[in-house]
Design a protein around this ligand. Structure first.
Ligand code: GLA
Length: 404
């Protein structure tokens, strides 16, 4: 049942380019990939200016892209309804595009908003990142466009700037008030490492070696198949709660509250805000500890940190659900070193750190627990820390950025 999640991006890129030719008549200028992510620790900390430790998945969104000179933006997705969405780049505005096309269109709009010259394009997407699984399919879609445009227009923006542009697209164009973690993970990750993010200064991110194989460990990603949707208002309400707590404490953000100051702050805050603050402060500390353990070469020590993070999300932040709680409990019961929900919550996926050879035992136990509880079978994968967004195809001979 379990298998290491591996995809051959180059053969996928050939298929995507072939489909582009069929749809848009002629070859693309190139094919780019942007991955989904899991977050190891540091949940609901990014919009509090705090820390996170995500890693890119071997699953990505590919985009075959070719710039146009007539200002049309034509979008097609292998996961869509078969239709081509045809837009005018000069009239893009928040609210004007709905559905999946709002994400790529939003990035083109956000690039223009940031003062970059952007032309129209033909874009064909194909993704292996499941949607609604809390694995950042939206960020993968956005970041694929961001890196493709960056290269085709010769912008050469730093990764953190591309991530900011993608986040701005999601916040202001699509209307989802996410933080910057997913976009940073998608753009800036490197293979074999987790990304150490300080959301207050994303450009100063670091890469922390996460050598699962060398330490006889594996990371399971368990998609509970309970659809997770950040747009439903709960995420926005939590974010507002944190901002209100920081304002009441007279702080720029909850990141500025130290562990030593926490007890006094909890006494001073309204009862509905105190647990949120406790989660954020303790979660930031868990990221710091996790990074130390990984730097010491002790990835197994992440286990209890993950499990403590889940308890905090379940009991204080209250963003877990019966299925994610069950997946965590069953994974631990079967011998996982640690497990937690990952991403925004309200469904989505769980990660479990297991010893090499235990993947099937843990995966089967979780699947059996789901069956006993009457839930749909989860999807279980073994993930390796993968590369961030990049061009998959070699640059085409004679291709030049077509600035308009
Ligand atoms: C979602 C958001 C991120 C982050 C996480 C929670 O994935 O897109 O910015 O806030 O939830 O850590």
């Amino acid at each position: 049942m379990n298998r290491t999640d591996q995809w051959d991006d180059e053969s996928r890129a050939r298929d995507v380019a072939d489909e582009f030719r069929r749809l848009f008549d002629g070859a693309p200028d190139g094919v780019w990939a942007a991955p989904g992510r899991v977050n190891l620790i540091g949940e609901h900390t990014d919009y509090n200016d705090g820390f996170a430790l995500p890693m890119a998945l071997p699953r990505s969104t590919l985009v075959a892209a070719r710039l146009r000179t007539d200002g049309r933006l034509r979008l097609h997705s292998a996961q869509g309804d078969g239709r081509i969405t045809d837009l005018d780049v000069t009239t893009l505005a928040p609210g004007a595009v709905t559905g999946w096309a709002a994400y790529p269109a939003g990035v083109v709009w956000a690039l223009a908003e940031a003062g970059h010259p952007v032309s129209g394009a033909d874009l064909h997407f194909d993704s292996t990142v499941p949607t609604g699984a809390g694995l950042s399919s939206s960020a993968a879609l956005e970041c694929a466009v961001a890196v493709a445009y960056d290269e085709l227009h010769g912008l050469r923006l730093p990764g953190a700037d591309l991530a900011r542009i993608a986040q701005h697209a999601e916040n202001a164009f699509v209307g989802v008030p996410c933080g910057i973690m997913d976009q940073m993970a998608s753009v800036c990750s490197t293979a074999g490492s987790a990304l150490h993010l300080d959301a207050r200064s994303p450009e100063r991110h670091g890469h922390v070696p996460f050598d699962l194989r060398g330490q006889d460990l594996r990371l399971l990603v368990i998609d509970t198949r309970v659809a997770h949707d950040l747009g439903d208002g709960a995420y926005a309400a939590l974010r507002k709660g944190c901002e209100r707590a920081a304002a009441l404490l007279g702080l720029p953000a909850l990141r500025d509250l130290s562990a030593g100051e926490l007890p006094g702050a909890l006494d001073a805050l309204p009862t509905e805000l105190a647990p949120l603050v406790r989660h954020v402060v303790t979660e930031n500390a868990r990221v710091v500890e996790a990074v130390s353990r990984l730097r010491e070469g002790n990835a197994a020590a992440l286990g209890p940190i993950l499990t403590a993070g889940h308890a905090s999300l379940r009991d204080d932040y209250r963003v877990s659900c019966p299925e994610t709680d069950l997946a965590v409990a069953a994974a631990l019961d079967a011998g996982a070193l640690g497990a937690r929900m990952t991403g925004g919550g309200f469904g989505g996926s769980v990660i479990a750190l297991v010893r090499f050879g235990q993947e099937d035992v843990v995966g089967d136990h979780v699947t059996a627990a789901f069956a006993a509880a009457g839930h749909r079978p989860p999807h279980v994968l073994t993930a390796t820390p993968s590369a961030g967004a990049h061009r998959v195809t070699a640059p085409l001979e004679g291709t030049r950025p077509a600035l308009s």
